[in-house]
Design a protein around this ligand. Sequence first.
Ligand SMILES: Cc1cc2nc3c(=O)[nH]c(=O)nc-3n(C[C@H](O)[C@H](O)[C@H](O)COP(=O)(O)O)c2cc1C
Length: 354
Amino acid sequence: MVTRSGRCRSDTRKFQMKNSHLTGAFRFSVAPMMDWTDRHCRFFHRLLTRHALLYTEMITAEAIIHGDRQKLLAFSPEERPLALQVGGSDPRRLAIAAQIGAGFGYDEINLNVGCPSDRVQEGRFGACLMAEPHLVADCVAAMREVCGVPVTVKCRIGIDDQDSEAGLERFVSTVAAAGCSTFVVHARKAWLQGLSPRENRDVPPLDYGRVHRLKAAHPGLTVIINGGIRSLDEAEGHLGRVDGVMLGRAAYERPYLLAEVDRRFFGAAEPPVTRREAIERLVPYIERHLAAGGRLNAVSRHVLGLYHAQPGGRAFRRHLSGPGLRDSTGLHALEKALAAVSPTGAVSYRRAAA
Ligand SMILES: Cc1cc2nc3c(=O)[nH]c(=O)nc-3n(C[C@H](O)[C@H](O)[C@H](O)COP(=O)(O)O)c2cc1C
């Protein structure tokens, strides 16, 4: 049987999870996003897709070494396969951070070579490291030596005036020689001066061809394409020319698209979870979070887009983003939000679940 991407079904099955949490998970991933892909967000995304690879937000090596590790690194086992993204440029410090991350059970450690923010540049890491392939290679080598899980790199196609195909080629071959075999490439360059991080996600034009050619030139590497991919059809269109796709904003803003990922990218046979089922499965998690002293908003803010473009979707969103919600310690707002999208006007998720 041939899937929409033109692959045989048996080919697709090869990518199904077997022994390792990580096997083939790179085919579809949700991007690291600061302040967005925290553990609550990832737990929710995992209810929609069992197989996609999820990423943490970027955490700096120094924060991992000196900060509250439990707070920064703890996650629910259900979130796996899960990659920890780290930021830094000192090989020894990154090695320590990678070892700590691997000790927490992350399946992969990813080095951020794509963030253009001033703060990150001051620390001489993120996208500015694209100009220092040998330093990145040293970082990767040091991390690999101690952490025992794959070390991968997320980068851009170029920075500033170093925007040539030769520059990307030099960067990738140098870092690959240090043992990095997986590159996530955001298919636009970053301007380190003059554009905010947000503008750097939209203004520089996308050049998917360059990422496709990178894969063609390095068939032995795993190349994941990222940037501006808004739908699963678009994502599937890249497979065959690269090994995987990573979605950021589209997955966060319209999370229900993740519900089709297991069938379309991993050959899963089960029907996709419904929106309602996803919420019902999230409720016990929220209850545990509230019982531990947490606020509803910390979890529910990630769910706002679940009913995007659905009847009642706006009311759902409004109930979960009202001003009083920040301090809410009960499920009341969630119940109201669910009533807004329930065809019968049912008032409680419990009744609906019964
Ligand atoms: C709110 C936000 C925070 C982000 N934080 C990170 C980050 O911590 N590390 C990183 O490598 N990229 C970060 N990114 C960039 C994304 O990972 C991704 O490369 C970018 O959004 C392009 O993909 P998209 O068009 O599918 O969103 C962030 C993006 C957004 C929107």
